[in-house]
Design a protein around this ligand. Structure first.
Ligand SMILES: NC(=O)C1=CN([C@@H]2O[C@H](COP(=O)(O)OP(=O)(O)OC[C@H]3O[C@@H](n4cnc5c(N)ncnc54)[C@H](O)[C@@H]3O)[C@@H](O)[C@H]2O)[C@H](O)CC1
Ligand SMILES: [K+]
Length: 524
């Protein structure tokens, strides 16, 4: 699904109203109705139904007034706590404030502290304080209200986005509501899917408010890669598939002490559907890798006693790449100057799609201009924030402060595809396209997970997927495999090879999801 910033959503509002003649009041009515329906479904059982609406002075509050009116029509008690003087409420919000039973509205510009017992008595608290119009850190009465909402021990439904969460980044500005459910409108916001906002949203519901299709289609946004999206990108093998038709991957990896990285990258490529995998490793390590891999073939390169890849192996590796479909370069290769020289030489000479990871990235960070020399040859980088900082010549905090901006800038400047790993991984294309991976969990915070991802992305490239699709699928399948492991293993002690071995289950899940979607379309 597409996700947008708050600013884009406000532009969509203006287009819907100005170009398509959809009254703003109608959008607000539908937004409020979408929320009321979710509240009724989730909390409408039982006799005593009290929804306490905590409203701000903007249109987020306006949605809250609609919710109060509609739930009251359905028999709910709907006291409204307005953190403003009524006269400062304007426009559509004011119109809807006027339609709420005034006996139910309490103006509390000084804060809701005196009303905390009312909060605690609620069936559900509706957070209609701040939405996409939040433009500064929450403090004062608003901050206190957020703390009291969180402390009430009552289920919370957030309108559009939990108050205090920045709709553009998912970051918390001061403090934020922790919601059980968030009902957002037309399209999810970046702040609904990026952490910590994604976690503060609870269950996310995207309500249709009748936004014109053209406005939705033309809105500038990012692709959020959830199961449906990944299943749509995935192409299960045809019945006549054979090992030669599913891609032959060359993995150039390994150095003394880091044979596991090479093995995991190669074995993961196979587990992610590659037809054939060949692992080129320093000759001295070949006996070890022959033990660590079975399906993957190995090519020992360089002097018999060499524990790291050397510049002298350039021609041999280039020849091996010539008869493969895709190359992965970097897992566990180390930073020996001769290895770095080899990486620079291969970068310039390799024609095949190339996945660069780990110390391969650190070698490139010394001469990023080599990426430009590749021109339109496909290059995929899979940095974690530290490697991204080295590549972009900035600090890790600067990367983390604007993950999307950093990924997009590097991908467009150097004309590469890039997966900036983390929660959530950001996928960027050379044309500025952005995708946000929706799978994964904290269990992945351990060594080797990146080597597995490299293998998965390489496998998808080798099977002929467009590189942006290969990156989206690679990131999703990688996290999806790990998600299957949370129930049996929890999120501590999960290993990269556990994830590697679950990759086929993740692929099967995509295939099953495609079948379900196809049957649904065929009306089964
Ligand atoms: N298409 C849609 O998505 C629709 C969304 N709707 C709702 O409209 C809000 C956005 O409304 P807006 O008036 O622009 O902003 P807010 O209500 O979020 O509040 C802004 C309001 O609050 C003040 N403010 C900003 N930051 C702070 C702060 N830190 N502390 C205190 N006050 C703050 C600011 O000055 C403004 O006055 C959207 O989220 C949806 O809920 C429409 O109702 C329907 C269509
Ligand atoms: K809100």
């Amino acid at each position: 699904m597409k996700v947008v910033s708050g600013q884009v959503m406000q532009l969509m509002d203006r287009r819907a109203i100005g170009e398509f003649g959809v009254p703003g009041l109608e959008l607000m009515e539908r937004a409020g109705r979408g929320c009321a329906d979710v509240i009724e479904e989730a909390f409408g059982e039982g006799e005593a139904r009290r929804a306490v609406i905590v409203a701000g002075k903007g249109n987020n509050g306006g949605d809250g007034f609609v919710i109060a009116r509609l739930l009251a029509e359905r028999g709910w008690e709907t006291p409204v706590l307005l953190l403003a003087a009524p006269e400062v409420v304007t426009g559509d919000a004011a119109d809807n404030l006027a339609r709420v039973d005034s006996a139910m509205v309490k103006s509390v510009p000084g804060g809701i502290l005196p009303e905390q017992d009312l909060l605690k008595s609620a069936t559900v608290i509706v957070d209609a304080l701040l939405g996409t119009g939040m433009n500064s850190e929450v403090a004062g009465a608003y901050g206190e209200a957020i703390d009291l909402i969180n402390a009430a021990g009552v289920p919370v439904v957030a309108v559009d986005i939990p108050s205090g969460v920045d709709a553009a980044t998912g970051k918390v500005l001061g403090r934020a509501v922790r919601a059980d459910i968030t009902v957002t409108f037309a399209l999810a916001k970046l702040g609904n899917v990026l952490y910590p906002g994604a976690e503060l949203c609870g269950r996310l519901v995207v309500a249709d408010i009748g936004m014109p299709d053209a406005v939705v289609a033309e809105a500038e946004g990012a692709q959020y890669v959830d199961l449906a999206c990944a299943a749509g990108l995935f192409r299960p093998r045809g019945t006549t598939a054979h090992k030669g038709s599913s891609g032959h991957c060359l993995v150039v990896a390994g150095s003394t002490g880091k044979t596991g990285a090479a093995a995991m990258a190669a074995n993961s490529a196979q587990r992610a559907g590659a037809g054939l995998v060949t692992l080129a490793v320093p000759a001295a390590l070949n006996p070890v890798l022959e033990q660590k891999t079975t399906e993957a073939m190995t090519i020992p390169v360089g002097p018999e006693r060499s524990g790291y890849l050397r510049a002298g192996s350039f021609a041999e590796i280039l020849a091996a790449a010539a008869v493969r479909d895709v190359v992965a370069l970097g897992p566990g290769i180390g930073t020996n100057p001769s290895t770095i020289y080899l990486v620079h030489s291969l970068l310039a000479a390799l024609d095949k799609p190339l996945v660069l990871d780990a110390d391969g990235l650190n070698a490139v960070a010394l001469k990023p201009e080599l990426l430009l020399a590749r021109q339109d040859r496909i290059t995929v980088l899979t940095p974690h924030p530290g490697e991204m900082a080295r590549l972009a010549r900035c600090s890790v905090p600067e990367v983390e402060a604007d993950r999307i901006g950093c990924a997009r800038a590097f991908a467009t400047n150097y004309r590469v595809y890039l997966i900036l790993k983390g929660a959530r991984s950001i996928i960027a294309g050379p044309d500025g396209s952005i995708a946000i991976n929706g799978s994964g969990n904290p269990g992945m915070a351990s060594g080797g997970m990146g080597d597995v991802l490299t293998g998965v992305v390489t496998a998808f490239l080798g099977q002929g997927y467009h590189p942006f699709a290969a990156c989206q699928l690679g990131a999703f399948v990688h996290g999806h495999a790990a998600d299957f492991l949370v129930e049996p293993l929890g999120t501590q002690g999960m290993s990269a090879t556990d994830v590697q071995e679950m990759l086929p289950v993740a692929l099967a899940s995509l295939a099953a999801s495609r079948t379900t979607a196809t049957n649904h379309q065929q009306g089964e």
